[in-house]
Design a protein around this ligand. Structure first.
Ligand code: NDP
Length: 603
């Protein structure tokens, strides 16, 4: 790797100390408690600006389906598509938004793009024949692709949009789930698949006085084009005479700031921790570039990417970008460490690579940003991938414009307070017409394990109660004893990866195979307690590797604001490539262990 030159022991020691100091000044005693959800007086932040009025009125549904899929983002769409491929007929997707798309339904802010190469991020390219037009696709192209898959697999007619599931109750007498929603629906489903996402509830900073601000305000995941003018491509002409503030410089802030800077009268960027901003080099692509005439080209490319970012051997780097060359350095090195087991050598190699990469990122700031004081503030002082790495060829450049001011809030742990006119940092009040929150999403609040969606399994046991004392209990993250025919996707005790749609697709294939297996044998899906215990022991083996890294990181949603990795002990430790292989083998050899004969005959 080009950036793996060695630093002297003294340089490394100084760097460690600098990182420690930066972390210390950012950790807040209130941790994740510093944020507000969009509830009660703040619920207007979560209102759906995109739903059509047609979705407002409909009769409640009272029937029976084969599978209820909770969530219509890529997870739910892929579950539906894979179920259809298995011949399952009546699949109903229930989705809070007004259409399919999940993240890409809600997030339509100016500048929105995929930060993973589109040809590996957009799922089912082989099946749909679609070839993305850009190496990193704009959000609208991705949203349309989500709808394309839903249409191709016939998921639209029976989907319930602008609808939230309010409870799932297992009915022993009929061996079905009773699904109720906030639209008065009450229907039976033989199986339930939950695909409720990980970062789906927007959060706001609990800045004192936030409710006092009299200017216009919204969150990036509910962009108000009525106020700003323009589209996700830009042209926010109504901001020409406005003083606009944006809070947050994570993956979203990095994409939105360049577009705002083009059109706002003046833009104030309130930064607490700078992101690592590496080269993007987006470009138009053709089918030829990605060899799209060859059957299976997309799944091959996606596998290649996953292997690369997981540190597994490959013959070629098909994607060849910032992720495959250096991102997620930890993920890249862990597999070889596990094979060789020499922790000291591993940590030394990792730290050296990391330091060199971060020095490269910091030098780029100096190369691009002309004002040295601004450049200094934009330099990140933490280890690579402590926060999700960002890529942009426009973000740092925006700070060279006269109408853009960077306001560093690190010393004051973020914005100190808000007034009716604007934002206070240190001794300065920044008067604003509009304040936009690019402050991200809460982790672990959606899904059945959060308790937000009540799930009552056999004997009426609440899932939260079943897991209260000893934590989540699953087989492979998908199924749990006492909760028959409930399949959780993308949840705890499985794996994740930077290319999350790939993970979701593998989970969807697995979920569909479980349902098909149960249908074929007229069985109910339910793991034994022993199977859960064995799986939890497997997951527990790898926890420390991730924990030591994230525990020392600068705070953020990756590590519960500086308190460790939120799902550290709860993930399969050997990476996504190994997990997917394990699932495949289990389906071929051992799936029968979770299938037990149905007590009630199916109609
Ligand atoms: P993040 O949680 O990554 O960033 C939130 C930002 O808000 C941080 O910069 C944070 O600072 C800042 N912030 C929070 N509170 C305050 C405060 N009180 N004062 C000042 N600043 C504050 O959210 P994003 O929406 O940027 O990204 C979330 C995730 O969504 C990404 O990591 C990524 O997984 C995904 N995403 C993916 C994209 C894609 O193309 N695939 C595009 C955009 C997002 P601090 O860092 O100090 O906490």
């Amino acid at each position: 790797m080009a950036h793996s030159q060695k630093l002297s022991p003294q340089a490394l020691a100084e760097l460690r100390e600098r990182y420690r100091i930066e972390r210390e000044r950012r950790v807040r005693p209130d941790g994740t408690g510093q944020y507000l959800g969009a509830h009660a007086e703040f619920s207007y932040y979560a209102a759906d600006p995109y739903a059509s009025s047609e979705s407002a009125e409909r009769e409640p549904v009272r029937d029976r389906v084969d599978v209820a899929v909770v969530g219509g983002g890529f997870g739910g769409i892929l579950a539906g598509a894979r179920l259809r491929q298995q011949g399952i007929e009546h699949v109903r997707v229930i989705e809070k938004g007004g259409d399919f798309g999940g993240t890409w339904y809600w997030n339509r802010y100016p500048g929105i793009h995929c930060d993973i190469e589109s040809h590996v991020y957009l799922p089912m390219l082989d099946e749909t024949g679609y070839v993305p037009e850009w190496k990193y696709a704009p959000g609208e192209e991705i949203r349309r692709h989500a709808v394309r898959i839903a249409e191709k697999f016939g998921l639209c007619a029976d989907a319930l949009f602008s609808t939230s599931v309010t409870s799932l109750v297992w009915d022993e007498t009929s061996d079905t789930w009773i699904v109720t929603t906030d639209r008065g629906d009450k229907f039976q489903a033989t199986y339930v698949v939950t695909a409720t996402g990980t970062l789906s509830e927007l959060k706001l900073p609990g800045i004192p006085g936030i409710e006092k601000f009299k200017g216009h305000t919204f969150h990036t995941s509910r962009w108000d084009y009525g106020y700003t003018g323009g589209t996700p491509d830009g042209g926010l002409t109504r901001l020409a005479d406005k003083r606009v503030g944006v809070v947050g410089t994570g993956a979203t802030g990095i994409q939105v700031v360049p577009k705002l800077s083009e059109d706002a009268g003046h833009l104030y960027v309130f930064q607490r921790t700078p992101s690592t901003v590496d080269v993007r080099a987006n470009r138009r692509t053709t089918a030829r570039d990605v060899d799209a005439d060859r059957p299976g080209w997309a799944s091959e490319r996606r596998d290649n990417f996953l292997r690369l970012v997981s540190g597994e051997p490959v013959n070629a780097d098909l994607v060849a970008d910032g992720w495959t060359s250096s991102a997620a350095l930890l993920e890249k090195l862990l597999p070889s460490f596990r094979r060789q087991g020499d922790r000291e050598a591993f940590e030394a190699a990792y730290e050296a690579m990391d330091a060199a990469k971060m020095n490269e990122i910091r030098s780029r700031v100096d190369q691009v940003v002309t004002d040295p004081a601004t450049a200094e503030k934009l330099k990140p002082w933490y280890r690579y991938a402590c926060k999700r790495p960002a890529f942009s060829d426009l973000y740092l450049q925006a700070f060279n414009r006269d109408n853009v001011t960077l306001v560093d809030t690190a010393e004051t742990h973020g914005i100190e307070r808000m007034t009716e006119h604007g934002v206070v940092v240190g001794d300065t009040e920044y008067e604003l017409d509009c304040l936009i929150f690019a402050t991200g999403f809460s982790v672990g609040v959606s899904g059945v394990h959060s308790g937000r969606l009540p799930v009552h399994g056999r004997d009426g046991v609440h899932l939260q109660d079943a897991w209260r004392q000893r934590g989540p209990r699953t087989l492979h993250g998908f199924t749990s004893h006492g909760f028959p025919n409930l399949i959780q996707m993308g949840g705890v005790q499985s794996t994740s990866s930077v290319n999350y749609t790939h993970v979701l697709d593998e989970h969807a294939v697995h979920a569909a195979a479980l349902v098909a297996g149960a249908e074929a044998q007229d069985a109910v899906i339910e793991p034994s307690r022993e199977a859960e215990e064995t799986w939890i022991a497997v997951c527990a083996q790898g926890a420390p590797d991730h924990e030591w890294f994230h525990a020392e990181c600068t705070p953020g949603y990756y590590n519960a604001e500086g308190r460790g990795r939120p799902n550290g002990p709860l993930a399969y430790p050997h990476g996504a490539v190994a997990f997917h292989a394990l699932l495949k083998q289990w389906r071929e050899v051992s799936m029968g262990e979770v299938l037990r004969v149905r007590r009630t005959p199916q109609p």
